[in-house]
Ligand binder design. Structure first.
Ligand SMILES: Cc1cc2nc3c(=O)[nH]c(=O)nc-3n(C[C@H](O)[C@H](O)[C@H](O)COP(=O)(O)O)c2cc1C
Length: 176
């Protein structure tokens, strides 16, 4: 898929078919995630990957999204922040966000779907991820991505908003 097409058509997918996700597809997704930029090239991340039904079902309770997201997902990736690897102190969440967006775009490129489930700063979800996926205390669960074949495609949305663009100076006019 062409890069701009991937960026402009990606949507959050919360319902999945029963079709399995292959190991090869997961490797591609992780390669994309790990190719993200990071401050000082620190790459302060780890990825916990599962395709195990019992763990995916347990994640449904652990993150309590109030729907069948993880019960339908065929795989999930938890991005964990390892602060000891930060290239510059405090930049880890930004680094992990870059990896997260690369991951989402790679998933979409493969014809799969995912949605960013917030974990960091949500203590019950952090605890749930630690329990289900065995994440050690020194790692910070950052964001969780259920993955599968979308049950139905979502329409692309055009969100360009000229009112949010300030040309040259804040007070200047719009860029249509
Ligand atoms: C930092 C972040 C946290 C998010 N957390 C959740 C979440 O916990 N649960 C959820 O269903 N969607 C979550 N989302 C997905 C957003 O709801 C979604 O990206 C937004 O509504 C725009 O829709 P789109 O992704 O289809 O373009 C999150 C997205 C981001 C970037």
């Amino acid at each position: 898929m062409e890069t701009m097409t991937a960026i402009m058509t990606r949507r959050s997918i919360r319902a999945f078919k029963e079709t399995p996700v292959s190991g090869e597809q997961m490797k591609t997704v992780l390669e994309a995630a790990m190719n993200a930029p990071s401050a000082g090239d620190g790459r302060p991340w780890h990825f916990v990957v599962t395709t195990t039904r019992s763990q995916l079902d347990a994640l449904a309770d652990a993150v309590d999204e109030g729907n069948d997201l993880f019960k339908q997902a065929q795989a999930a990736v938890l991005i964990c922040l390892d602060e000891s690897l930060e290239g510059f102190e405090g930049f880890g969440p930004q680094d992990c966000s870059c990896a997260a967006q690369n991951l989402q775009l790679a998933v979409h490129d493969l014809g799969l779907g995912t949605v960013w489930i917030a974990i960091i700063n949500v203590p019950p979800r952090v605890a749930g991820c630690r329990k289900v996926l065995g994440v050690p205390e020194e790692m910070t669960p950052f964001a969780l991505f259920p993955i599968g074949v979308p049950r139905e495609p979502l329409e692309a949305e055009a969100r360009y908003d000229a009112a949010r663009v300030h040309v040259g100076e804040w007070s200047n006019g719009v860029m249509e």
